[in-house]
Ligand binder design. Sequence first.
Ligand SMILES: [Fe+2]
Ligand SMILES: [Fe+2]
Length: 294
Amino acid sequence: MAFRIAHISDTHLSSAKPYFVASFLKVANQISGCGADLVLNSGDMSLDGSAQENDLIEARRLHALLGLPVRFIPGNHDVGESQDAPGSRGLPVFSAAQRRCYLRHFGADYWCLHVPGWRIVGINDFLLGSDLAAADEQIRFVHEVASTAGEAALALFTHRPLFHLSADEQEVSGRFLNPRPRAMLLAALAAGKPALIGSGHLHQFLSHDRGGSHHIWAPSTAFVLTDARQPRYGLKQTGYVEHVLKPDGSHFSRLVTVPGLGSPSIADFPAAYAQYAAPAGPLRRDTATEVVPS
Ligand SMILES: [Fe+2]
Ligand SMILES: [Fe+2]
């Protein structure tokens, strides 16, 4: 039997600012109707959970409505911005306290599921390159999973994509894993290259093969970013991704659109991130990123 994952991402849920709850419920309703063996949210479950714990609570509550097995990994809006790209987006910086708060509401931030023919691994990519003791523990965990997978294929899930086109990219930003933590992760995976690498964060859908892995960027269920704010790497629309993992180690992944969901722009919700909203302008060359939520 194939194992079906409904891969959602960037739901940006909040009780105080419930702009994207209706979209989430439409997606949840469709997934519940179609069924799935697992619903996996690849981060930014909450609108502003790194500053407002209530947003984490509300996001967790809403996911319980799915009535299906659910797993999570954290996004920058849940645990704060990566320590190796600080100050780029006005979010708190990832810390031990941020992590503890996340763990209270969503459980383990790195984990592995065994299903026929596959090991499904979710990681907290904000631990990579951080000064937390758990950073080394997570790397050892990834190495252990990769080196003991045997004939099983690996599916890895992170919040940020590993890179745009190549692991050799040198950009340091909040968009992708930065070069040093990416190298650490790839070294830990040397014994077992993932067949599938799923991510979120950019609110764009992209499917391409790079470095022997199939990289899939899941879109947001909530909103897209304007071209003035963010380059168009893939498809700017809302929805989710279905991954079908077959026991023989093969898989297929597809973008699923949801009737009535639309693809609103964050520009249409100026109060959502008013605390660090800034007019569109040239990239900040110190970080080569922009002041935008994603
Ligand atoms: Fe994000
Ligand atoms: Fe996001």
